[in-house]
Design a binder for this molecule. Structure first.
Ligand code: ADP
Ligand code: MG
Length: 729
């Protein structure tokens, strides 16, 4: 029998650093060269078309047909100059990946020749035969009509000789079938709500937009080793594998020297990313062996989300060239750190200010405190929804691990800000505030700027931490489409700011001084949202108990976490803010349940197959060797010596039998549970069955398989071991 593990291992021994033809120019010379950006627009478009497109990008005005034709023709000319032969509408269906269907520019002419064409209508709208994308019942396969529509706020780009046009994807009846549509609507919602609030402070602010800087963590594994692990291939994670004697305990990988093979890969990746205008800035080794991170400079959230989706694609593509496989899964290996995608989020204005940067004047600081406190209040009110926005079968394996934030949402703001909020809270009733020295000076907020930025303590255990001038949402999983958590965050903050404005307005109508009115509501919000703030160790058990006392939710599993999407509270929120309708929310909920079921089903089958076809036969084979050997000993030794010397051997034979029999038993029981679950019609009940009746077998089976790994002859063991997977040779 061929042992694929050894074939794979020997293949990796000869690995060299892949030599790439790196461009000779400096980065700034090719940066953004594959993007239909402002410079290209100015060069290729008429003045009129350029103006019209700019206004569509900045203020969402409609582009008329004639201009669309002009833009399309310019895009075609530019794309063809860069070797593009095809175009595609590029979108984010609810599968979680991105989708594209390529069409050639070329059309036949009557005289038997061809001509390159790309019209405004092809740019604006397409109707992909998209019947197999999940729609949660919104669109039946027999009325497959869904269409993609151009999103001019995210620039078109060229990838693999194809002009890619970022689009939204909606059903014929207008319901969203993707992640981008609600994201764009949430951006609009927060703009509207935040501008109103900002105008209480500064009339020059006419536009507010969310910014996102993501940090993407991932693992690299040699492609040969990857191919020899069916579980990595099918589920993206190892379902078995005893921990390696050494993994991350020496912390020698974190920020260490990057392995030359990994470095070559990263350089190649960055070149590809920079050509596409993805502003990658940082790269470093992460905590676990073979774990890495890259992060760009932050951007407007819609573009940042598109860039992250693109980057995940590039990671996969470029890694193959370097004989690596990228593992984006949140927990590819048990016992070492998993991967997240920290979402650094803030709000920026047309006046080039960051609303989460503490200001220099008292008025600016009151504004800062207002925004901060509204975010905390929103988080407190909708913590369950925020948890739901990052729920997935794979992130469940990471959240609450020793290194990852728990499934409890809380916010960390650091000592200085806590003090400031405490001070505001302890000030006498706002009625007394009118006696202060005017303009909010009495609020003590002027103290913030000097200390804050240098002083934000880093609480690495918090799922949602204020880090000086932005919030870092750390519970987001590495595979996630950031549009999901960003949509929720934008929407809940939009709602909160809307309410805030209404409350302040009422006080103003009652003739209260503006600063006092704002202060009064801010103070109330500080009191209301106190329970969401936690400065301690979020990994600790004490916090779990404390959070429960505070009434915060703790949903460890996706089927429970995503219920928040269909709660009355969520429906009211999303409908009021015009981001998602009840029908869309229910559809999304169904899709999430279905995805969860399928993921657990795949892993369960995989665990069954590997146990029965790989592990048990190998264990028995080794056991037979031991039995033969024991028999042989019996023949050559006198019976007293035999009894004495064979004791350990017999014990091992017994242990192997016990593990094998437990594995068999559990696999059988798990299969039975799966059969029961599969018959359940209601999708929520089915997901629960998979979660609470099927999944618990995973660890039980794994325990015995991992024990066998330690007992069985290394030469026979079929699966590449952790010590081999985790370290790049
Ligand atoms: P770290 O959190 O690892 O210390 P930084 O704080 O420097 O790293 O930045 C992490 C990410 O936060 C980067 O992608 C950065 O661009 C982003 N970031 C910085 N400022 C903002 C902002 N105002 N809005 C959104 N993201 C931001
Ligand atoms: Mg960070």
């Amino acid at each position: 029998m061929q042992n694929f593990r050894f074939t794979a291992l020997s293949e990796t021994l000869d690995r060299q650093v892949v030599q790439v033809d790196y461009p000779s120019e400096k980065i700034s010379d090719f940066y953004g060269s594959m993007v239909f950006n402002h410079d290209v627009m100015r060069e290729y478009l008429t003045k009129e078309a350029y103006k019209s497109l700019q206004s569509a990008i900045e203020s969402g005005t409609k582009i008329d047909r004639r201009v669309a034709d002009q833009v399309a023709s310019s895009m075609k000319a530019w794309a063809m100059k860069h070797g593009a032969t095809h175009y595609t509408h590029w979108f984010h269906p609810l599968t979680g990946t991105t989708a594209e269907k390529h069409d050639s520019f070329v059309s036949p002419t009557p005289n038997g020749k061809g001509i390159e064409e790309f019209s405004g209508s092809s740019l604006i709208q397409q109707e992909p035969d998209a019947s197999s994308f999940p729609s949660g019942g919104i669109r039946n396969t027999f009325e497959a009509r869904g269409y993609t529509a151009w999103d001019p706020t995210s620039p078109a780009f060229i990838m693999e000789h194809t002009l890619c046009i970022p689009t939204i994807f909606v059903s014929y009846t207008g319901e969203s079938l993707d992640y981008k549509t609600p994201l764009l609507k949430s951006i609009e919602a927060i703009d509207k709500a935040a501008v109103k609030v900002c105008q209480l402070f500064d009339k020059n602010i006419t536009k507010v937009y969310p910014t996102l800087g993501w940090e993407q963590e991932y693992f690299l594994v040699d492609s040969a080793l990857f191919a020899a692990r069916p579980d990595l291939v099918l589920s993206g994670r190892t379902v078995f594998g005893h921990s390696s004697a050494k993994d991350q305990q020496l912390h020698d990988h974190y920020f260490g020297t990057i392995h030359s093979r990994a470095r070559a890969f990263m350089r190649d990746l960055e070149i590809e990313a920079h050509k596409l205008g993805i502003p990658l800035k940082t790269r470093h080794n992460e905590v676990a062996p073979s774990q890495f991170e890259c992060a760009p400079v932050y951007e407007e959230v819609n573009v940042a989300v598109d860039h992250n989706q693109l980057l995940m694609h590039l990671l996969d593509k470029v890694s193959r060239k370097h004989h690596f496989k990228i593992l984006l899964h949140e927990k590819p290996y048990e016992g070492v750190n998993g991967s997240g995608k920290h979402n650094n989020w803030s709000l920026a204005t047309n006046t080039d200010e960051n609303l989460l940067a503490p200001g220099k004047t008292p008025a600016e600081n009151l504004r800062f405190a207002t925004i901060l406190v509204n975010i905390l209040k929103a988080l407190h009110t909708y913590e369950e929804l925020v948890r739901g926005s990052i729920a997935s079968a794979s992130n469940d394996l990471r959240l609450g691990g020793n290194e990852a934030p728990p499934a409890i949402i809380s916010a960390f703001i650091g000592e200085q800000l806590t003090k400031t909020l405490d001070e505001i809270e302890s000030l006498p009733s706002p009625d007394g505030l009118g006696h202060g020295s005017g303009k909010g000076a009495h609020i003590n907020i002027p103290k913030i700027p000097e200390i804050l930025l240098d002083n934000t303590d880093r609480n690495r255990t918090s799922p949602f931490a204020f880090t000086g001038n932005k919030f870092e949402f750390r519970a987001v999983g590495s595979t996630a489409n950031s549009a999901k958590p960003m949509t929720v965050l934008n929407t809940i903050v939009a709602e909160q700011l809307t309410l805030f404005y209404e409350e302040v307005k009422m006080l103003l109508e009652a003739k209260m001084r503006k600063e006092d009115a704002i202060f009064k509501v801010v103070k109330q919000y500080i009191l209301d949202s106190k329970a969401i703030r936690f400065e301690g160790n979020s990994y600790s058990d004490e916090w779990k108990a404390e959070a429960a006392r505070r009434g915060l939710s703790n949903h460890a599993n996706t089927p429970d976490a995503i219920k928040a999407y269909i709660s009355e509270k969520a429906v009211a929120l999303f409908e009021k803010q015009n981001v998602l309708s009840k029908r869309e929310l229910h559809a999304r909920y169904e899709i999430k349940l279905d995805k969860y079921v399928r993921k657990i089903q795949i892993e369960s089958r995989l665990i069954g197959d590997l146990s029965v076809n790989h592990i048990i036969p190998t264990a028995i084979k080794y056991q037979n060797t031991l039995i033969e050997n024991a028999r042989g000993l019996k023949d050559v030794l006198d019976s007293k010596t035999y009894v004495k010397l064979s004791r350990n051997q017999i014990q091992t034979i017994k242990e192997i039998s016990e593990h094998v029999s437990e594995i068999r038993q559990f696999v059988e029981e798990m299969t039975e549970e799966r059969k029961i679950a599969n018959k359940i019609e209601n999708e929520a009940d089915k997901a629960n069955a998979y979660c609470y009746s099927v999944k618990p077998y995973f660890d039980k089976i794994r325990y015995h398989v991992d024990k066998l790994e330690l007992l069985v002859d290394d030469q026979l063991w079929p699966l590449v071991k952790y010590r081999e997977l985790l370290f790049i040779k």
